[in-house]
Design a protein around this ligand. Structure first.
Ligand SMILES: C[S@@+](CC[C@H](N)C(=O)[O-])C[C@H]1O[C@@H](n2cnc3c(N)ncnc32)[C@H](O)[C@@H]1O
Length: 318
């Protein structure tokens, strides 16, 4: 346990929030919180306790708003508090806690289960989240924001059809209903090789233009409604694709180049719906993200399946 944990938690204010950082991106979350001038009350590699927030930070996997610190005198009292909650609980281990392990043996819990891919996912269980940092108080969030406990978005993967694991990013976007595609939609998938995104899209829309300098894997190139072109995605003409309703890009390029590409398509085509991966070489460029957020109807998400990259989604009308 962090040596300064005890005194800090004693001072925990009545209102505080808990954030679970994405694994290996704790520094990005800290940077983001500093930029937004959010007070960090306590942090370790697994959990941040912060002053109340208005929205989920980009680099947090899960956000527990309005956390209650509930003191208890002994194990039985702690159990009574946990059993007295309305729903089943999801326990998150922020430290190694023998007391939590012992409490959990007597609780009916909401266990983490791999997600069955479905668009949109119908998983709709009410639950509360809790953790234990000290042996005399529980930290409970009665209403966590994530559809899936802990923001844990592991799918039951398809190990045979897609050519790589990039498809999991689009599975997440679709299953969590960040966008809704219609059967009559037409998509262009830029930087599509070896074909994971095109494969996912081919099941959701009428037609997928799939553009990459590199080829698609045979199991994807054979799909009827995928029209592959070996081309530089930065030099194709929007007028050659007048029917597209969605633009997807997973091209490996700088955020600056991607922004130019997006601006170009907004000027020279009627497409207003976008899902694009913004990839970073080093640290997250928060100033750059603001430029993407300026487009009306935009949001930026760090998907569970994103690594050092984020996903810009625009559902625009103009
Ligand atoms: C991360 S991979 C895309 C993976 C793909 N989304 C999938 O699901 O299989 C990035 C791709 O961007 C492509 N790429 C990079 N620069 C490009 C360019 N100028 N034009 C077209 N494709 C490009 C690369 O060839 C590579 O296949």
């Amino acid at each position: 346990m962090d040596y300064f944990l005890q005194p800090l938690l004693k001072k925990l204010p009545l209102n505080c929030d808990i954030l679970i950082p994405f694994l290996r991106y704790e520094n990005e979350l800290e940077h983001e919180l500093i930029l937004s001038k959010t007070e960090i009350i306590f942090k370790n590699s697994k959990l941040f306790i912060v002053a109340p927030l208005a929205k989920k930070p980009l680099w947090s996997q899960d956000w527990w708003p309005q956390v209650q610190k509930i003191p208890f005198k002994n194990k039985n009292e702690a159990l009574k508090i946990l059993k007295g909650q309305k729903n089943r609980g999801y326990y998150y281990a922020a430290i190694d806690s023998p007391l939590a392990t012992s409490l959990r043996k007597d609780l009916r819990e909401l266990k983490l289960k791999r997600i069955e891919y479905q668009v949109p996912s119908l998983f709709d269980f009410k639950y509360f989240s809790w953790t234990l940092l000290e042996n005399d108080s529980l930290l409970i969030c009665p209403h966590p924001v994530s559809q899936f406990p802990g923001g844990w978005h592991e799918f039951n993967e398809d190990k045979s059809s897609p050519p790589n694991r990039a498809y999991l990013k689009l599975w997440e976007v679709l299953a969590l209903n960040y966008i809704e595609l219609k059967k009559e939609d037409v998509a262009i998938d830029l930087g599509s090789s070896p074909g994971g995104w095109s494969w996912v899209l081919s099941e959701q829309v009428a037609k997928v233009y799939s553009i990459d300098k590199a080829p698609l894997e045979p199991q994807v190139s054979g799909i009827k409604n995928i029209l592959y072109e070996a081309h530089d995605a930065f030099t194709i003409k929007p007028t050659d694709y007048p029917d597209i309703t969605w633009l997807f890009s997973d091209i490996i390029c700088t955020p600056e180049r991607l922004l130019e590409l997006v601006e170009f398509w907004q000027t020279h085509s009627r497409v207003r719906n976008f899902v694009c991966t913004i990839k970073f070489k080093g640290e997250c460029d928060f100033d750059m993200l603001k430029k993407f957020e300026k487009f009306e109807g935009s949001r930026i998400i760090h998907l569970y399946h994103n690594k050092n990259e984020v996903t810009w989604i625009r559902k625009g009308t103009s």
